[in-house]
Design a protein around this ligand. Structure first.
Ligand SMILES: C[S@@+](CC[C@H](N)C(=O)[O-])C[C@H]1O[C@@H](n2cnc3c(N)ncnc32)[C@H](O)[C@@H]1O
Length: 126
């Protein structure tokens, strides 16, 4: 099925609770494009809709174990050199969510034993 994150996403909410899952998408784009991508999903988030955003967690030094921390830093440098983009901390992602739409809130973070985290994002009040 053709799909383009730079177009508004289809509204499938009539089929029930809608979950968008974006895995390692945002870290491949400069911030201004991440904001456009997020806005395309926000416009289709309704009621109980959730966006699960799975990205590497660039936690501040000392928050995660040193191996995970190094993997995160290496990935961040790769993204910078290859895509002019970056990995982020959860707080930095929160800033991007806010810029995309102030109603877009980070409700929960599901961490893994590796560098990945899954951020649960919803429209506030929904
Ligand atoms: C880093 S890969 C992540 C792939 C997959 N989500 C994963 O976690 O293994 C980024 C993906 O975004 C896709 N992509 C690039 N531009 C896109 C666009 N405009 N719309 C939808 N997908 C796009 C690429 O084809 C690539 O598969």
């Amino acid at each position: 099925m053709p799909h383009n994150v730079f177009e508004q996403q289809p509204d499938l909410s009539s089929r029930g609770t809608l979950v968008y899952y974006l895995r390692l998408i945002l870290h491949g784009w400069p911030d201004r494009y991440c904001i456009r991508i997020l806005q395309n999903f926000v416009l289709s988030l309704k009621d109980e809709g959730i966006a699960l955003i799975n990205e590497n967690d660039l936690s501040p030094i000392g928050v995660v174990n040193s191996v995970v921390e190094k993997l995160g830093k290496i990935a961040d440098m790769q993204m910078m050199t290859v895509c002019n983009s970056r990995d982020c901390t959860a707080r930095e992602f929160e800033g991007l969510f806010h810029e995309a739409d102030p109603r877009l809130k980070l409700f929960n973070i599901h961490r893994t034993s590796g560098p990945a985290m899954i951020m649960e994002v919803r429209l506030s009040g929904s």
